[in-house]
Design a protein around this ligand. Structure first.
Ligand SMILES: Nc1ncnc2c1ncn2[C@@H]1O[C@H](COP(=O)(O)OP(=O)(O)OP(=O)(O)O)[C@@H](O)[C@H]1O
Length: 337
């Protein structure tokens, strides 16, 4: 086990103490700097707190452009975010509103999202190992709080300036409200992004903790191979197919993942192949993550210390370029405030 504690993060990253959360209540407290991203229903700005001079991400949602159902969904997301505090999640500070907009203030992630990075580079297993271990640690934490993310994919993973992964976008996250007789929680609904959805979500419209581990497996596959095991069109066609066709397609999906059939996996180490196969195990009971205590024992993670990882102190093997704005410049032109 290596000893590569990241001292940088502790020393350089300004943390706002818990008591100072919710200290923002008006847009006038900020100076707007630039646009860092745009989602389907929000624009995200880099802003500077006028008193501390610290930079934050400010997500602005135009209330008039969205129906009350969407706004309710957003406020559910806010209540989930308020209950979470972990070094590998993007820290949420405040929500406030004016007549037209809802504003959410959170940590600013300057390193771009994983979708951008994996499109540019083929990353070594040592880099991906730290990413997936960090994400696994964040997942174990949110699951311990009784929350499912339900949309894990490279787009929803941002890097901070040191290269640490932060799991973001809790738009469709949900509390595990239902319980099976064996005490397992689940959430009903076919929710998420089709290419990352687990077989049980696709077929039975239900998500368990293990469904998030499946999505993490697809994300790991994509980080290592720059492609996904199942295309979106394949999965969408599959959702639309009849029950009978669904079963035969499920078999095709699962057999294409078997190591002996999947030639794409040949370029990976045995440890990486075993991890991918374990996360992408169709049976929930046999899937890696069924027992979350065993995640640190997965051989792919043997070079990292999970305790250090979960404190956000393990040094990442990839650091985004400093000073580079990982945002499409066109967003700046389109932005309205
Ligand atoms: N804290 C942050 N720091 C830096 N960039 C961020 C932050 N939060 C979001 N972004 C950027 O803004 C983009 C849009 O954010 P986000 O996906 O949360 O918006 P959304 O409206 O909920 O979108 P969607 O519903 O399409 O996921 C992200 O892809 C990311 O590039």
């Amino acid at each position: 086990m290596g000893n590569q504690t990241s001292k940088l993060r502790n020393a350089e990253q300004p943390w706002i103490e818990q008591g100072q959360k919710e200290k923002f209540f008006s847009i006038s407290q900020f100076k707007l700097c630039n646009v860092v991203g745009k989602g389907s229903w929000s624009t995200v700005f880099v802003v500077k707190d006028r008193s501390s001079k610290q930079k934050f991400a400010l997500k602005c949602i135009n209330k008039k452009k969205h129906n009350p159902g969407k706004i309710k969904q957003l406020l559910t997301e806010v209540s989930l975010l308020r209950s979470l505090d972990h070094p590998l999640l993007c820290r949420f500070y405040s929500e406030f509103q004016d007549d037209n907009k809802i504003y959410l203030v959170s940590d600013l992630m300057l390193g771009g999202d994983l979708r951008y990075h994996i499109a540019q580079n083929r990353f070594q297993e040592s880099v991906v190992c730290v990413w997936i271990a960090e994400l696994a640690s964040a997942l174990i934490y949110i699951h311990s709080k009784g929350i499912l993310h339900r949309d894990i994919k490279p787009d929803n993973i941002l890097l901070d300036e040191y290269g640490h992964c932060r799991l973001v976008d809790f738009n469709v996250a949900s509390r595990l409200s239902q319980q099976t007789p064996d005490g397992k929680g689940f959430v009903k609904g076919r929710v998420g992004t089709p290419a990352y959805m687990s077989p049980e979500t696709l077929v039975h419209a239900i998500s368990y903790r293990e469904s998030d581990w499946w999505s993490l497996g697809i994300t790991m596959y994509e980080c290592l191979l720059q492609t996904r095991p199942f295309s979106s069109t394949m999965v969408v066609n599959w959702i639309r197919s009849s029950e009978k066709e669904k079963n035969s397609l499920l078999e095709t999906m699962c057999s294409s993942l078997e190591l002996r059939n999947n030639k794409q996996l040949d370029v990976l180490s045995k440890e990486a192949r075993v991890a991918i196969q374990g996360f992408l195990e169709p049976s929930i009971k046999n899937r890696f993550g069924h027992n979350e205590n065993k995640i640190p024992n997965i051989s792919f993670f043997s070079s990292v210390c999970f305790d250090t990882i979960s404190q956000g102190k393990w040094a990442p093997k990839f650091r985004p370029k400093s000073g580079k704005l990982y945002a499409d410049p066109i967003l700046e032109l389109e932005a309205t405030f």
